[in-house]
Design a protein around this ligand. Structure first.
Ligand code: SF4
Length: 294
């Protein structure tokens, strides 16, 4: 049995950068270190961070003057100001791609555009972008919501970096008649799209796909959905301990992919277990062939 890992799998640039810096902060900070919300949507990484003293706080008021990490999603400027005012040491690990969207939204608002943010209003990245785009900014997440946007002289559109491109296209089309001037910025990040394409290519080559990542990770769940929809038997696991040997009976090739919040070590553990099973089953097959020849 062959075990093949997708050409793009696991941590994206922004999450890798934030996770590495969080472990470094834990090693060097004198006092407690907090993240506002969990650093990433991966329970195993969050547990390791807790082991080294990085705790997830719910609210700015809960962290006092400790070291506070801003996640790759970013944080609204008002929250950053509140942290600074209470004496917290702020470590800003906003992904540079997200930071660029925040700056774009702020610049559009300063130039008099009504800012429209295409995305999920409950997502922390969207909350942070909205905080940069001024009180008049509107968040839309469907064609119906876009159709309800009041007309304006000029509209500027930015998008949640991880939103689906097809949904953005439909929503943007519904905004075109809302102003004589509509400036649209494609602020989608291609990290998730690249891993989805690589997973689809691999799913077409193998009998079974294993998708590694947190059950609370939307992009990991979407990867599993995409693989399943392509027709490949697909299993979503958080760790190697969830793998089942019966999934692989009679299988010639198994593919492995992972969400953008899945660290390399979790992928490596899954690949190591699959490879060990593969070696065992190849060995059994070889012995059977030898016996039948004798
Ligand atoms: S998905 Fe893209 S925008 Fe989001 S953290 Fe990763 S690299 Fe940054």
């Amino acid at each position: 049995m062959k075990v093949i890992v997708a050409s793009e799998a696991g941590f994206c640039y922004g999450v890798k950068r934030a996770t590495k810096a969080a472990f470094e902060a834990a090693a060097s900070a004198a006092g407690p270190v907090y993240t506002l919300g969990e650093l990433i949507h991966n329970p195993q990484v969050v547990a390791r961070l807790e082991e080294v003293g990085v705790r997830a706080a719910r609210d700015v008021a809960d962290v006092g003057a400790a070291t506070v990490i801003i996640r790759s999603h970013g944080l609204p400027p008002a929250a950053v100001e509140a942290l600074t005012a209470q004496g917290a040491r702020v470590l800003d690990l906003t992904c540079p791609t997200v930071k660029a969207v925040q700056q774009r939204a702020g610049a559009l608002a300063a130039e008099g555009y009504k800012v429209i943010i295409v995305g999920d209003r409950d997502h922390p990245e969207v909350e942070a972008i909205a905080g940069c785009a001024g009180p008049a900014a509107i968040i839309v997440n469907s064609e119906e919501e876009a159709a309800a946007v009041p007309c304006a002289d000029k509209i500027g559109v930015v998008m949640q970096t991880t939103h689906m491109a097809a949904a953005c296209l439909r929503i943007v089309a519904a905004l075109l008649d809302k102003a004589p001037e509509v400036r649209i910025f494609n602020t989608l990040c291609d990290a998730t799209a690249r891993s989805q394409k690589a997973a689809l290519r691999l799913a077409a080559e193998v009998d079974v796909m294993v998708v590694v990542g947190g059950r609370n990770s939307a992009n990991t769940g979407r990867l599993a959905e995409i693989c399943r929809a392509s027709g490949a038997e697909t299993h979503h696991v958080e760790t190697a301990s969830e793998l089942r040997a019966e999934w692989l009976e009679g299988v010639a090739a198994v593919g492995v992919t992972a969400g953008t919040s899945t660290p390399d070590w979790l992928i490596e553990e899954v690949v190591a277990k699959l490879s060990a099973w593969s070696a065992e089953s190849d060995d059994v097959a070889r012995r059977r062939r030898t016996r039948s020849h004798n």
